[in-house]
Write a protein that binds this ligand. Structure first.
Ligand code: RTP
Ligand code: MG
Length: 148
């Protein structure tokens, strides 16, 4: 089953949006298989955003993403990579449709609440960068056995 890496950025954690964001993906029907609150080491942040290293905002981006705890997650489900990007909304909150996470909660492009992998290659790379294999727990939904 497809997996993606999602992360509530420091602004989302500061604003108390972890629960809201987790709820959206749970309610959609995706499955949480890994999660942790962490402060990203600078070297990991530079690797994570390596594709942007020549952009003028790179320094600011790395400063911000390492400025406080993030909530890093791995989610699983059919087409979860593309669907999560839809649920996040466009990078610039002003362009993000209301109903999306960035459309509902974001104001500035630098502080846009959530990160999500943009392709299967990115997802694989980012999951390996943030999680040990033993930190990812695939689990079976037992609801149909526990609720009648
Ligand atoms: P992310 O990687 O964080 O999920 O965001 P994204 O794919 O939607 O956007 P991306 O192009 O990968 O940009 C990464 C992050 O860099 C910040 N950014 N700042 N000042 C600027 O013009 C600017 N442009 C991008 C944003 O916080 C964006 O999420
Ligand atoms: Mg990106």
């Amino acid at each position: 089953m497809e997996k993606t890496f999602l992360m509530v950025k420091p602004d989302g954690v500061q604003r108390g949006l972890i629960g809201e964001i987790v709820s959206r993906f749970e309610n959609k029907g995706f499955q949480l298989v890994g999660a942790k609150l962490m402060v990203i080491p600078r070297s990991v942040a530079e690797q994570h955003y390596g594709e942007h290293q020549d952009k003028p905002f790179f320094g600011e981006l790395v400063d911000f993403i390492t400025s406080g705890p993030v909530f890093a997650m791995v989610w699983e489900g059919e087409d979860v990579i593309a669907t999560a990007r839809q649920m996040m909304g466009k990078t610039k909150p002003a362009e993000a449709t209301p109903g999306t996470i960035r459309g509902d909660y974001g104001v500035t492009v630098g502080k846009n609440i959530i990160h999500g992998s943009d392709s299967p290659t990115s997802a694989k790379r980012e999951i390996a960068l943030f999680f040990d294999e033993k930190e990812i727990a695939s689990w079976e939904k037992l609801l149909n056995r526990w609720v009648y």
